[in-house]
Design a protein around this ligand. Sequence first.
Ligand code: RFL
Ligand code: PHB
Length: 387
Amino acid sequence: MRTQVGIIGAGPAGLLLAHLLHRAGIDSVILEQKSRPYIEGRIRAGLLEQGSVETLTEAGLGERLHREGLVHDGLELRCDDMAERIDLHGLTGRRVTIYGQQEAVKDMVAARLATGRPLHFEVEDTQLHDIATDQPRITWTDQHGERHELRCDVIAGCDGFHGPSRAAMPAEVLRVYERVYPFAWLGILAEASPVSHELIYARHEEGFALATMRSARLSRLYLQCAPDEDLNEWPDARIWEHLHRRLGRVNEGPILQKGVTAMRSFVAEPMRHGRLFLAGDAAHIVPPTGAKGMNLAVADVRVLAAALADFYRGRGTGLMDRYSEICLRRIWKVQRFSWWMTAMLHRFSAEDAFEHRVQTAELHYVMQSQAMRTALAEQYVGLPYEV
Ligand code: RFL
Ligand code: PHB
């Protein structure tokens, strides 16, 4: 089998890349380890920067997003008994949209299947070969145990944090930067109307809490918890009790899903080796406090799609050669923002009284200073794209 771009992973990064390439007349094959129902049901991120919404819209993927997405002009920060609305739109002229990642994935899977181009689910033992040559290959085993080979010009490693692409880069060229936080988020999806029509980020003595949503009748709520938290110790009543304490009144309803998400900051540099390009979580992870994971994946893919379009149109490899450098400039700014939001809003276990006071002072300063609110807002709605 042969194609121009072999894409490993059908998450937001791989699916959007395939779609942008198709629109530019570039052929691709997508290989995905999980089943279609699995990737369409996986509950993860929910908040899109205005630039991500514009990217999806320009790519013809915005129809349901505009119908069902919830457009937000602001958010609320809380600290003890203080509360402050950050007027995102008033401060930046831009907005954010709540639209579940799995909904965006459903839209992109449907768009891919409509093109008739290959999207193989449930592939196993995916391996990358000859990535330093201009004829790289991918091999895998299908559901029936048959082995396949895909020859391509370029491999896009869009296979998330645990995929094989980053691991295929020689250890001596890869540099990794990492921070693992001493806490995690316990997240629930509940059949209950959101208590506020905007998001509430709350810092509390007992730990951080976030009230977000998926629709007018579905609340998504998060609580800071231990990284090794045992969900069996969190019956519904205990979750609601903590949410009420940390967020004040929240509307209760049947809990449809519960999960614990570990928190880490991670960057692998460079994002390219030979003909292998990493995009999205395969190259970087941010803690979810800044709501940036999926947005960064979209930003990487915009650059990669433009670089590949240049390459196939005979405009050379200039943009391909600068791919890693361009992406990393944004990634490090977003890493800094996500780390800052996380550090300001969470309770650190080994926190001393001094640090706690400084953290509280910082949050109060952000709430009271227009300059700080503007800085938060312009990063939250999304920094401008370079490409
Ligand atoms: P994805 O979505 O992980 O997609 C990678 C895809 O690659 C597939 N794959 C393979 N395919 C073939 N062969 C292999 N050997 C493969 N190995 C893996 C996987 O099955 C998968 O389908 O990465 P992508 O496209 O880069 O998109 C990034 C976003 O998904 C991610 O940044 C965010 O969802 C992060 N994230 C969150 N971000 C937020 O902003 N807010 C959140 O609330 C939030 N919650 C989350 C999250 C990530 C989570 N993960 C990764 C465990 C909650 C969770 C649980
Ligand atoms: C979500 O809606 O799941 C969400 C929103 C904002 C965040 C994290 C998660 O910072």
